[in-house]
Design a protein around this ligand. Structure first.
Ligand code: WT7
Length: 656
């Protein structure tokens, strides 16, 4: 990665500046204002939402207790802001365009239709005993009912916990229990790339024997019949037909919970990150409008899944709060071929398109032909999120997909941040391929020395990425475990928020995210803790010990490499069969996306004399870097390293 001035993409005259911020000078002026007077700045932004009762205090914090409150005293409703308030002006405007898995199948839903669906589902939830503050688990495919169910929860003050449809029964069960969900909403099946995903069957396994779950509501994605347990399971469409299409909005306090979303960390089970109502909504709406330059009448498409934060903030809450037309893309980028995205862009006249580098890498592999088959004339802005974007892919996105006409916005943020924190503003910020560029309004990134914990000032520096200012979209706690929230994010570099990412601030003050520096892997833009994969592996009776690390992977960004020690009684097993069984074990415990790429049955693990696994060495070997392993003589068994290197060389001879 070079940050020489030659690699700067100046803003081209044909790229329109955002309607909301028109020049670098204006960005700099507003940025300074946002830091100098955050209460004024965030008070102004909040005025774009509709409030039942205005706030009395923009921001309040107890830094010792790590307790942040935004817009205290205010009352509002997220669903009202996303739906009802648009009806007088946009009742007949399309709110959601569903792009089904089957190519060419689309469904347009107006704001008025959305309101009726949302109200019916809200009434169904009420009929099944859901009240303000109750948790509802949503384990659904990318269908309109999923968005309507999220909004229905928000409408009645229930807290949703969306679980990505790729998670296994075991993961789903853990999340249902942790959040204490009394209702689970799912579908008979999901469809992805022409394949059926048995969501109801997985849900049955997840809730089996859980008295906590009183009702399972099942949306009908296809005609497929699935076993329905009497008294517990109900078809969502049947239930909706029994209900009225109006439902009173529950006016929520600004800090009332809106949703829980589980995410992986360095240690233990995934954490239920909690976002509250007002601050999250203000931040999602404002960033969506500004970073994507959303203009009235635009068709906007974020190709993420609603099971992740990107889907929450930039398919559902941000766009709908802004009265946008948002595309819900059910399929995968390679189905039926690598031109699918651009087919959808042309079919729907999409102006703003937002996806992940892993998807771009997967389709760029097929060459430019599938792109060139489409016109893409409607595109104005191209977004990237989820992982560092390789400069070559950035250029491909910009030059081939966007034909140099579109601004590329590389947006850095996290589940915990609620919305985008570092990103260019389209048509305003000169880009550098591979850099997320400059902080958003109100955001003050810090580069901290991981050794000393000291802030590194100036440009041309690298270290741990921390954030020193609060912002409305920040997570408030970990569901049921505030201590863990404090410990995970606010203890390492107290009092700053630690992101878990490493970064470099170049000579121009541009930020380059270098990836996670904790034990979290970013696999195809999905976040996974190495500890989670390890505990899935050691749950298999053959495994005595496991150590999981990441290694560079052409498509996934990071691949999963698992070193496992096998118990004595399994030593004679056929290694290929054992590897297969262990991969299956991880699929079963977490989900298919967590399947290790490599299982390395190891003779031992490099450990210090005090028993600490030297992950640095394991990462290097997995990445075929056999030199610079450091001084291994202090290890408990130094010869283990040579053995591991020899085995790795034998298995991956071409990588050297
Ligand atoms: C981690 C957060 C929030 C979007 C979806 C992922 C990595 C995210 C970028 C980017 C480099 C990025 C970071 C971050 N990441 N966006 N533009 N450039 N890295 O949310 O699952 O909470 O993961 O994704 O490592 O910490 P998440």
């Amino acid at each position: 990665m070079s940050d020489s001035p030659l690699s700067v993409y100046p803003v081209k005259p044909q790229i329109q500046a955002t309607a909301h911020v028109r020049s670098m000078a204006e960005y700099e002026r507003l940025y300074r204002l946002s830091l100098d007077n955050p209460e004024w700045f965030w008070g102004e932004q909040a005025k774009t939402l509709s409030w039942f009762h205005p706030w009395t205090q923009v921001f309040d914090a107890d830094y010792d207790a790590v307790d942040f409150a935004w817009y205290s005293g205010g009352r509002l409703n997220a669903c009202y802001n996303c739906v009802d308030r648009h009806l007088p002006t946009r009742g007949d405007q399309t709110a959601i365009i569903w792009a089904a898995d089957e190519p060419g199948v689309y469904k347009h839903i107006t704001y008025r239709e959305l309101k009726h669906d949302v109200c019916r589902i809200a009434n169904v939830l009420i009929a099944h005993g859901v009240r303000k503050g109750d948790r509802v688990c949503i384990y659904m495919p990318m269908i309109p009912e999923t968005v309507a169910t999220m909004l229905a929860c928000a409408r009645i003050g229930a807290v949703h916990s969306v679980v990505f449809g790729g998670f296994s029964a075991e993961s789903l069960r853990d999340r249902i229990i942790d959040a204490g969900c009394k209702v689970v909403v799912t579908a008979n099946v999901g469809m992805r790339g022409g394949r059926e995903i048995p969501l109801k069957t997985i849900t049955d396994r997840a809730v089996d024997g859980l008295s906590l779950v009183e009702s399972v509501l099942v949306a009908r994605r296809t005609d497929k019949e699935v076993p329905m347990r009497q008294g517990r399971d109900h078809w969502l469409d049947d239930e909706m037909r029994k209900q009225r299409s109006t439902c009173t909005v529950e006016w929520m306090g600004s800090e009332d919970p809106l949703f829980i979303l589980y995410t992986s960390g360095s240690t233990g089970k995934p954490k239920g990150v909690l976002h509250t109502t007002a601050g999250y909504m203000v931040y999602a709406a404002f960033t969506h409008k500004t970073v994507f330059d959303y203009r009235d009448g635009d068709v906007y498409c974020c190709a993420a899944d609603v099971g992740w934060i990107t889907g929450h903030s930039y398919i559902v809450y941000g766009p709908l709060a802004n009265g946008a037309t948002t595309v819900l893309f059910e399929s995968v980028p390679t189905y039926p071929n690598a031109g699918r995205y651009w087919q959808v862009v042309d079919d729907l006249g999409i102006n703003i398109f937002y996806t992940a580098p892993t998807a771009l890498r997967a389709i760029a592999q097929a060459g430019d032909e599938p792109v060139r088959k489409s016109s893409r004339a409607s595109l104005r802005i191209l977004g990237s999120v989820g992982e560092p974007i390789n400069p070559e892919i950035w250029r491909w996105y910009h030059d081939v997909v966007g034909e140099g006409r579109c601004a590329v916005v590389d947006t850095w943020w996290q589940t915990e941040t609620g919305g985008i924190l570092i990103s260019p503003l389209p048509g305003v910020t000169p880009a550098k391929p591979g850099s997320a560029t400059l902080p958003f309004f109100g955001v003050k990134p810090l580069v901290v020395d991981p050794e000393s914990g000291k802030i590194i000032e100036g440009n041309g520096v690298s270290g741990a990425l921390c954030l020193s200012t609060p912002w409305p979209g920040q997570a408030r706690t970990v569901w049921g475990d505030h201590e863990r929230f404090k410990l995970t994010y606010f203890s390492q570099y107290k009092p700053y928020y630690f992101t878990g990412d490493g970064c470099r601030r170049d000579e121009d003050g541009y930020y380059w995210i270098t990836g996670r520096i904790d034990d979290v892997l970013n696999v195809s833009g999905h976040r996974l803790g190495t500890a989670e994969v390890e505990s899935a592996l050691v749950a298999h009776e053959a495994v005595a010990e496991a150590a999981v690390v990441g290694f560079p992977h052409d498509i996934k960004g990071t691949g999963i490499y698992a070193y496992v020690l096998i118990g004595a009684e399994y030593q004679d097993r056929d290694p290929a069969q054992l590897e297969g069984a262990l991969k299956e074990q991880v699929r079963h415990a977490i989900g298919a996306f967590a399947t290790p790429d490599v299982i390395h049955i190891a003779p031992g693990l490099p450990k210090t004399r005090s028993g600490k696994i030297m992950r640095r060495i394991l990462r290097k070997i997995a990445s075929s870097e056999y030199t610079g392993l450091g001084d291994t003589t202090t290890l408990a068994e130094p010869e283990v390293v040579d053995k591991l290197v020899a085995q790795h060389r034998l298995r991956f001879p071409s990588k050297e």
